[in-house]
Design a protein around this ligand. Sequence first.
Ligand SMILES: [Zn+2]
Length: 269
Amino acid sequence: MKKIVAGFIIAHFWSSTWSATTFAADVPYPWPNNALAAVSLSYDDALNSQLDNAIPALDKHGFKGSFYLTLTSPVFNTRKLEWQKIAKHGHELGNHTIHHACRKSLPNRGWVASDNNLDNVSVSKIVAEIKTANTILKQLDNQSKRTFTVPCTDNLANGADYLEAITPLFVGIKSKVGTTPKSMDDVDIKRVSVISAENLTGKQLISLVREARSHGTMVNFTFHGIGGDHLSISSKAHNALLSFLAKNKADYWIDTFLNISLHITLQQE
Ligand SMILES: [Zn+2]
């Protein structure tokens, strides 16, 4: 009798271990509303075509985007009330520094002004600038939590990595160009890879979104101009992406990078 009881317990133990393992491997990442993937639509540099073309397109579908504002952009200063208004409507104002300094020593950087060369800016100076940008943005949107996109994906200031010093200031950081993650286990929310979207067609944008869905992960688009300005995509391509997302709303969680970052942080706690 004893032997029979012991045998049953062992069999049960193995059986439940086996099913627990299988279950863990099959569990999809817990996106809100049982969505299959998250989509972050981000727009860098504070450009006219973002206010003129991207915002009306997003608002038409009720989608919220993240706008990484360069505070010396003339469009930040001349249209400040409009940036404030979009923040009131739930779009995110992200930090993209004040001066948008980039490294002039890298290839194809002839366009970087000599007095705005990150190779000559100390870590303490760029960190102070980023803190000031947060203060200015807070005056606009009254938000205390914020995300950051690294200008030109250049993390070296005067040869030293400045990202460690600013990591505690942000909920999420988009720091490099990459692909859609194959697993959420690989994602460090303070060092997220983005899809650099210039010149992509609607079809290409949609296939990236589908790829994220097939992995159950997320796609982080970084746009610049929409139907104008620099590094742009056409309004047609942008509209095609948004229409696809609107038609497949149950599959995708479209939100600001701030909200996506907060959600991922919560899952990792
Ligand atoms: Zn930029």
